[in-house]
Design a binder for this molecule. Structure first.
Ligand SMILES: Nc1c(NC[C@H](O)[C@H](O)[C@H](O)CO)[nH]c(=O)[nH]c1=O
Ligand SMILES: CC(=O)[C@@H](O)COP(=O)(O)O
Length: 155
């Protein structure tokens, strides 16, 4: 059986980080974690673009457009949706996840999901570089692996 999988060698191409401004106090650590992970794996700083959008609902809209541009090897969607007291959370979080997936399917470009969807601010802080890791780092590692997988699979 032949196993084909991505690795964490330095990937070729440019990377786009699409970040929501909403809940910036936890999104900014996600952005820095993603940037740091990409650079530590050999991606040049000038090969990374940061695109900011108002909130998580808008992340897939921009990701769809950016992935379809053909200018990037991968797109990272970073944001933080923190549950409030109405069902709004479900719609925003759901659209972010669904839309980022659609951006990947439609463009053939890897799009990683680094949007926190938490029930509390504490949960978000824990996943933005404290006791439960950094989802921005995770999204960067997934992007690197998928870019290298796609390189092995060929166009
Ligand atoms: N409540 C959160 C939002 N809400 C804003 C939406 O994402 C969107 O910008 C607005 O509905 C206008 O279209 N966004 C987050 O990223 N996180 C939240 O917790
Ligand atoms: C995820 C949200 O949209 C949330 O922050 C909104 O809070 P609320 O449901 O109390 O309006």
């Amino acid at each position: 059986m032949k196993i084909i999988e991505g690795d964490f060698a330095t990937p070729k191409g440019r990377f786009a980080i699409v970040a929501g401004r909403f809940n910036a106090f936890v999104v900014e650590p996600l952005v820095e974690g993603a940037r740091d992970a990409l650079v530590r794996h050999g991606v040049k700083e000038d090969a990374i673009d940061l695109i900011r959008v108002p909130g998580a609902f808008e992340i897939p809209q921009a990701a769809y457009k950016i992935a379809g541009s053909g200018k990037y090897a991968a797109v990272l969607g970073l944001g933080a949706v923190i549950r409030g007291s109405t069902p709004h959370f479900d719609y925003v979080a759901g659209e972010a996840a669904k839309g980022l997936g659609q951006a990947a399917y439609a463009s053939g470009v890897p799009v990683s999901f680094g949007v926190l969807t938490t029930d509390s601010i504490e949960q978000a802080i824990e996943r933005a570089g404290t006791k439960a890791g950094n989802k921005g780092v995770d999204a960067a590692m997934v992007a690197i692996e998928m870019v290298n997988l796609y390189a092995k699979l060929g166009k």
